[in-house]
Ligand binder design. Structure first.
Ligand code: ZN
Length: 417
């Protein structure tokens, strides 16, 4: 083979061109979900560069494959059904799929604990999940959802098709960014789907990432970042045509792409042209349009660090709210450690008593805020901003204020001082 199939720091994994140029360089950090125990604080910690590049030839924004998704997926199981809004999103999603495709067999790739396929099964439609994480797949099987423990690659797809037949609908949500073997994965999607079927993909939209400066959603686990244009290019490598697209609010802004085998000869909807036009209007159809992002990102860092330094000088206490993956990208990139952000809180009990990767900020229970009455609370999961501002309205009672760093520094007054 003439090029590394998974891509590299110099070679594009989609088109093979050796023309990658910097999109944004966020330094080096540990994997964002690798929270530390107290004992681990005295041990070395491995970091990986977080340098996103754009291909001058096909415009795919990508990270080199430094982390093995096999390890990430098996170790850091995330149970989708823990989030009630996510389950509701899945129910409406299944309604839309059934209405459009009237399937008799649905395959979902990275099916997690069956949060989505349970709605397919409830409609009496045959379903198969393909889930790499063994313990998560077991939860789905206990719910009565046929689930294969495997990574999707061309070999798995061929075996599934031979055993179960072609699928009318193949669903791939929040996984198309997570696979370094983009070409192999796309080929496998085509193998799974029938010649008249549908492939439906939900993936974070690079347009909203750029527009809202969501650089902190760049993680080692996300190997590539799509515009509709680059998603189209990727799907075309396996003979899949984009026929429709929706913009959905998940993860700060996602694409829901509806694709079909080229042999169907479907005419793309007007929405496809509209979204491509929006991307072009933002400059994302030429490599020059990607050039200003890094500068906007460093301004977010400068403003946040300046705010924290000023607060420290004035004797004001600042703590965090949340310890999400995006918070860890932000803290590591900005070099914020406990001297600038004393501690943070999180609702997930797994994280209590642990420390943020790389920056080693202690994570406590949310009640700590009420007990310690800090002057400022930095909200890290900005995607839940409205909900958290409401939850933290009580901070105003002691004259405290809330702070958001992305897309730009903002100090929010809450309640009456
Ligand atoms: Zn390329």
């Amino acid at each position: 083979m003439s090029r590394p199939r998974l891509g590299s720091a110099t070679t594009c994994r989609l088109c093979g061109a050796q023309s990658l140029t910097t999109f944004v360089d966020l330094g080096a950090s540990p994997p964002c979900e690798l929270f530390l125990t107290a004992e681990a604080l005295d041990l070395p910690e491995t970091t990986y560069p977080l340098h996103a590049r754009v291909c001058e030839a096909c415009l795919l924004v990508q990270l080199p494959p430094l982390i093995d998704p096999d390890e990430t997926f098996t170790e850091y199981a995330y149970f989708s059904s823990f989030s009630s809004s996510w389950v509701e999103h899945a129910r409406r999603y299944v309604d839309a799929v059934v209405e459009r495709a009237a399937p008799s067999f649905v395959v979902e790739v990275a099916s997690n604990d069956g949060y989505l396929l349970q709605h397919v099964v409830a409609r009496g439609v045959r379903a198969l999940g393909i889930e790499p994480s063994a313990n998560v797949g077991e939860v789905a099987r206990e719910k009565g959802i046929d689930t294969l423990t495997a990574f999707l690659d061309p070999g798995t797809a061929t075996a599934v098709r031979a055993e179960h037949g072609p699928a009318d609908v193949v669903v791939a949500n929040n996984v198309y960014a997570h696979i370094p073997d983009l070409l192999g994965f796309t080929e496998a999607l085509r193998t799974l789907v029938s010649d008249t079927g549908w492939v439906v993909i939900e993936v974070q939209h690079l347009l909203t990432l750029v527009e809202h400066c969501q650089f902190d959603t760049i993680y080692h686990e996300h190997f590539q970042y799509y515009t509709l244009q680059t998603a189209q290019t990727a799907l075309a490598t396996a003979g899949l045509d984009v026929v429709d697209v929706e913009l959905v609010p998940t993860h700060g802004g996602s694409l829901r792409v509806w694709a079909r085998p080229s042999s169907v000869g479907a005419t793309p909807s007007a929405r496809v042209a509209e979204v491509l036009a929006q991307e072009a209007a933002a400059g994302l159809d030429t490599v020059a349009g990607y050039a200003g992002f890094a500068q906007r990102v460093s301004k977010v860092r400068d403003d946040l660090v300046r705010f924290l330094l000023d607060a420290a000088r004035d004797g004001r206490s600042v703590v965090g709210y949340g310890a999400p993956g995006k918070g860890n990208t932000l803290l590591n990139y900005c070099g914020i450690r406990p001297d600038l952000l004393a501690w943070t809180v999180d609702r997930n009990p797994y994280k209590h008593g642990r420390f943020t990767p790389g920056t080693r900020i202690p994570i406590h229970e949310p009640e700590r805020i009420e007990a310690e009455r800090p002057d400022y609370v930095l909200i890290m999961p900005w995607n839940l901003r409205d909900e958290i501002v409401e939850q933290l309205a009580g901070v105003g009672a002691w004259g405290g204020r809330l702070v958001v760093a992305v897309p730009e520094l903002e100090v929010i007054e809450v309640g009456a001082p």
